[in-house]
Design a protein around this ligand. Structure first.
Ligand code: ZN
Length: 201
């Protein structure tokens, strides 16, 4: 099932997500929904808070080829589902471009990230694994991991550039905040429809 993606301004994006403790059918269904939602939005990663679920898991795509390859990198992609991920090793640094499905239409260049990382995580059955990543895939993993901490990519910019980003996009961001608020209000209404009490005469 494709879920609506929570927008900038939704408080779930600023919350630290909770550890996953039940490795069951509903968790697998959630991961499947997240992959479906990510593909529908043409993203390369999606964290559970982005569909309103404050739990520590995300999905991400690893493209094994490069754009210069004869093989389409999209065709050789590998899907990853990381539950309770912890970055256990960081080496080197890089600057990269970030965008986010929760901040549609905006990007920032030269966002500082670690060049190589090692991530310990669990799979959907609860088994423990480790994953090494570098370059673009490491960048994606750090972006998604940040979502579990309530961090958005522009938070990673140096203070002056962060402020410049907020100033430059003030109007777009305010618009997203309005849409996030309207969505939450509507969702609240769906959850608890006003009860109609028949009038007794
Ligand atoms: Zn994002």
């Amino acid at each position: 099932m494709i879920h609506p993606i929570r927008l900038y301004g939704d408080p779930v994006l600023r919350r630290r997500a909770a550890e996953v403790t039940s490795f069951d059918g509903p968790l697998s269904a959630l991961a499947a929904d997240m992959l479906e939602t990510m593909y529908a939005a043409e993203g390369v990663g999606l964290a559970a808070p982005q569909i309103g679920v404050s739990k520590r898991l995300f999905v991400a795509l690893e493209m094994s080829g490069t754009e210069d390859d004869e093989n389409d990198p999209w065709e050789s992609r590998v899907e990853h589902v990381l539950v309770n991920p912890v970055i256990i090793k960081r080496e080197g640094s890089m600057l990269g471009r970030d965008g986010c499905l929760s901040i549609p239409g905006l990007t920032a260049d030269d966002v500082p990230r670690d060049l190589e990382i090692e991530v310990a995580y669990q799979d959907l059955s609860g088994a423990h694994h480790q994953l090494r990543a570098e370059g673009y895939f490491a960048h994606v993993l750090q972006h998604e991991h940040d979502h579990l901490e309530g961090i958005l990519y522009y938070d990673r910019l140096p203070p002056l550039r962060r402020q410049a980003f907020l100033d430059e996009h003030r109007k777009d961001l305010a618009d997203m905040q309005r849409r996030a608020k309207a969505f939450l209000k509507e969702a609240e209404g769906r959850k608890a429809p006003p009860r109609k009490v028949p009038v007794q005469r």
